[in-house]
Design a protein around this ligand. Sequence first.
Ligand SMILES: [Fe+2]
Length: 320
Amino acid sequence: MRYSEEPVVRMRALRSVSLGVPDPQASRDFYHEVWGLSTVEADAGRFWLRATGDEHHVLRLVTAEQNRLDQISFAVETPRAIDEAARRLEQIGIPILRPPGRLEDAAGGYGMTLVDPEGRAIQLSADTHAVPQQEPAGRRAIPRKVAHVVLNTTDIDLMADFYVEVLGMRISDWSEHQMTFLRCNADHHVIALNQAPWPSVNHVAYEMHSVDHFMRGLGSLKHHGIEPQWGPGRHGPGDNTFSYFTDPAGLVCEYTSEVAQVDEDSWLCRTWRRVPELSDQWGTAGPPTTGVRTAMAGLADLGHRDEVVTGIDDYFIGSE
Ligand SMILES: [Fe+2]
């Protein structure tokens, strides 16, 4: 036990990711015109893009000097649960970037933002604006939701403890001592941590309705002259299909489908060996390109650690 005996909050789902990039307009054009998302709102260089699921948006793009993870947003059951989480976080010295209150963002709702030990902003929200679910028109390839975010971390054990003990996530599997896959609902993982030389966002994955839609997505990108930089294939841990691309900012985005569904009563966490036949069960993907490996390593991202004070002296990794 490093942070808390009882989780501070129980998160229901991964809602959205906010990425900071030097040219949000160029990224917006890619995700809107090529990737299959649609713009729900734009305001002073910021863009909110939705998928076909019931979240107001799954991707927000904001301006930043260099690529960074601006925020990850999770759904919590009620505003009351958010108030309770804020109280508990304060008790155990976890820094809060924005205290509970009405959210001014396009999705509305009630929420708060805390900061993880590598400075990432984690937003908890409830009561966000409802939007109609839009199942793909015909058989067009449009992502349904953001499936998972993979985070590069310099201390995988400490970060896993934080996400489990504070945010109530469960570890579904390990990939040796290199990656760990964390869930907050039946989806095998919504966050994965990857041991790396510096903290950064490794990639963001978008879930397609079916393997058929996944392949149609690949076809649609091919039509735009864009080839996968790793994939298509099917991972061992999570059993999900994968195909990785880079966006105009050089960040990695993934189409995925059919992620394993976890039964809390019977699931047993395993450690997978990192061998080609388990990285890609289909045997179709081949190795990732050098370019996508570099893009997955990304740029060192200290997150929001300068914006908060914490009650714990050595709270931030590398700060002691
Ligand atoms: Fe992935």
